[in-house]
Design a protein around this ligand. Sequence first.
Ligand code: PLP
Length: 390
Amino acid sequence: MHKDDSKIIRNQVPRSDKREHSAPLYLTSSFIFDSAEQGRAIFAEEEEGMVYSRYSNPNTDEFIQKVCIMEGAEAGLSFSSGMAAVFASFAAFIHSGDHIVSSRAIFGSTHQLFTQLFPRWGVTTTYVDGVDKAQWENAIQENTKIIFLESPSNPGLELVDLEWLGSFKEKYPHILLIIDNCFATPYLQKPLQYGFDLSIHSATKYMDGQGRVLGGVTVGKKELIDTMMFFIRHTGPSMSPFNAWLISKSLDTLGLRMDRHCSNALALAEALENNAEIEDVKYPFLPSHPQYELAKKQMKAGGGIVTFVVKGGFERAKNFIDHLEMILCTSNLGDNRSIVTHPASTTHSKLSEEERLNLGIKPGSIRLSVGLEDKEDIIADVTNALDQTK
Ligand SMILES: *Cc1c(COP(=O)(O)O)cnc(C)c1O
């Protein structure tokens, strides 16, 4: 039996009679039935076969299978974007009157789902500080249907103890445990092994890894994925075959790329720890991180994001960004090119100052998605911009 790395690279749509070596792109909306009888049998689910690319397609199947291998999942579904995956992973299960418990440090659009859209349909959410175990316990209600979190969080890089939260399944078997595992990737963190039901990714980030296309994926227990399948068949948030073909090829190098993202990020974090212009630097694999031991336990390496606070606050932070030469400012992450973001004036600008501080975002906080360039060039760009804005 091959090891996972080999299985991921070797997993490919069945070869056609053209004998191609690399997986072809199946741009087709529908699939032909050999006979009217076969059409009937496939629709009746007596026979397996593809019908229509809203349901499945050879390229999306290949992509999903690779993510399932990486994450140790029984089944999965692909989506047009990370948010389509997040939305479907809730909408397929919640009913009016249900309740969600979520860590409060979550992706902005997921926060809008919980606070603006779901309440319209009678679904409420209680936020907890993901680090505080007592708050998780206290937030559970009789009507709690889903427990949700991100770890490491964005941009504070706080962790939730996955093994501990996974043990909630014994006490509350009816509650679904769902994680947005996008920051860690399935290469660094495998939450299903702790009893989580579903793991979601924005494939736009590290999975594509080159800032080209949007995509999303949810993997987990087969029975739950089957329930979600009904939802996506009839609502249509499906991934395009082109995006699946592209991201599937990128998955072949995910592990290699993550090793480099992580070693570059650790080198930058270490360099910044000793820089007099920096107030604070957070990276899960720095021994100074308050949850360093937990990070070592549940993650293979610290990930590609480093968050730090420059001295001089809001204006210094913006000035610092404008003085970077190589690293560009754009709202994406997980790209092969390093990317800088100022959360207080962009991704988290709609929050109050107090809400931001609760999430560990200070006026001078900078989020750096560390790319695959030579680590010395990344460190030099950051330290030069710090020196020039003293
Ligand atoms: C980017 C991101 C999303 C949304 O993904 P899209 O592909 O942009 O829709 C969701 N969760 C996290 C943690 C993200 O970083």
